[in-house]
Design a protein around this ligand. Structure first.
Ligand SMILES: [Zn+2]
Length: 422
């Protein structure tokens, strides 16, 4: 059957053409998974006994030179609690994969991290719900976390991992670090603040600037650049936004165009603390809809300086909210964006914060403004659904089912995770 699909045939219909592409992509995914499973079978069969792994971990403080003399080492390729493998055997696996020592070690390490420390995320990979490359991004970020931290990330990200943006992965890992391994955080993260004006590498009269600022200062700079760019536009500048922002920064340097931020009250920003399913998330809204994870100490500092502190209504991701009106309430929109981290079109990576909230069944056709009938769609996919031939519906079990113009059907599973077993 597959052979028939893959042969060249001028008579093929659009339906069979897109089906052939899809079948080939499925084969590729399956082969990638088989390769990963084969590696993990080797790990399970050849992992070092605990005493050997522990013994070598105790030797970890020995410097590299000393250890190098002792032949093959126990390789800790993943985080605490994960199996440990024999170094010389690992390099044989890397060679068998056709990878360098470093790439092979990273590949094997990511798989071990996924299989043993991120089991929920791994189960999405084996179900072919989640591409391996994305699961590996998560694994690479969690391998320094203690077991409880990795378990936290696993629980937070597994259910919508395929739809989680890389920024969200970083944010969740940062949160886990704050909660479970505060000692691993840099002692004073503000120590690295710096501004580099790269005059040595000026090209075509342009110089790049790289800066690491305190969040509060960065927010004020952003406000000033935005205001400066808007003022230039009002003064009839035809320059694109980027150019106007760059000019605005120059104006600031010459002491022109600075916002009047002298009074303390003008500098004060509202602070919003969210409580989602009983967990407080430390978030300050840099601008509406853009949450930033910060430490409790930062929050404490900001609370003292904030003009207004709001503890936002408890948002329950499992509750069914609804309203009579067409426009969703703030709570409904926030819930839809939390439940669906990205646009719910197949494989779309647009963060839901920048999406429209769509009625799956049109309001005009009797679709309610409710938790089950709302989903974020990016502008492009909203247009595909409203003005082109893509269609979607929400199945009784909560899975979104999309149908493309050539008849292919795609499922998007954004259902909330089962409750955590403590
Ligand atoms: Zn989209």
């Amino acid at each position: 059957m597959r052979k028939a699909l893959l042969t060249c045939d001028n008579e093929r219909t659009p339906v069979s053409l897109v089906a052939a592409v899809r079948a080939a992509a499925d084969v590729e995914r399956r082969v990638q998974l088989d390769k990963a499973l084969a590696v993990l079978e080797w790990v399970a069969a050849r992992q070092l006994p605990e005493d050997r792994a522990a013994e070598e971990r105790a030797d970890d403080h020995l410097d590299e030179m000393t250890r190098d003399r002792f032949g093959s080492q126990a390789l800790h390729l993943a985080g605490p609690g994960a199996p440990v493998v024999e170094e010389d055997e690992a390099y044989e696996i890397a060679a068998a994969l056709g990878l360098s020592r470093q790439s092979g070690s990273r590949y094997v390490g990511d798989l071990i991290e996924l299989r043993y420390r991120l089991p929920r995320i791994w189960s999405r990979v084996t179900a072919l719900d989640l591409p391996l490359w994305k699961a590996r991004k998560i694994a690479a970020a969690t391998c320094t976390l203690p077991e409880a931290g990795a378990a936290y990330v696993d629980a937070q990200l597994a259910w919508a991992a395929a739809r989680t943006t890389l920024a969200q992965i970083d944010r969740t890992v940062d949160e886990a670090m704050v909660r479970f391994a505060p000692d691993l955080l840099p002692e004073d993260p503000t120590d690295h603040r710096d501004v580099i004006v790269d005059l040595d590498n000026a090209r075509h009269g342009l110089v790049s600037i790289d800066a690491l600022l305190d969040l509060d200062d960065a927010l004020d700079l952003e406000d000033a650049l935005r205001a400066g760019a808007a003022a230039l536009k009002e003064a009839d500048s035809d320059d694109p936004l980027g150019v106007r922002r760059a000019k605005a920064l120059g104006d600031l340097a010459r002491g022109q165009g600075a916002l009047d931020l002298q009074t303390d009250s003008a500098r004060r920003r509202p602070l919003v603390v969210n409580v989602v399913n009983g967990q407080v998330t430390c978030e300050a809204f840099v601008r509406p809809g853009l949450p930033v994870s910060v430490s409790v100490d930062q929050i404490r500092g900001w609370c003292a300086a904030a003009a207004k502190v709001t503890v936002r209504d408890v948002l329950d991701l499992r509750a069914d909210y609804s309203t009579e009106s067409y426009a969703p309430t703030e709570k409904l929109s926030a819930q839809a964006r939390r439940l669906h981290p990205t646009c719910v079109f197949p494989h779309c990576q647009s963060t839901s914060e920048r999406c429209d909230i769509d009625h799956v069944v049109e309001y005009a056709d009797g679709g309610p403004t409710s938790t089950a009938n709302l989903a974020p769609l990016c502008r492009t996919h909203h247009r595909m659904k409203t003005h082109a031939r893509w269609r979607y519906r929400r199945r009784f079990d909560g899975v979104f089912v999309w149908t493309g113009p050539m008849g292919q059907v795609f499922e998007v599973d954004d259902r909330p995770p089962p409750p955590l077993v403590e």
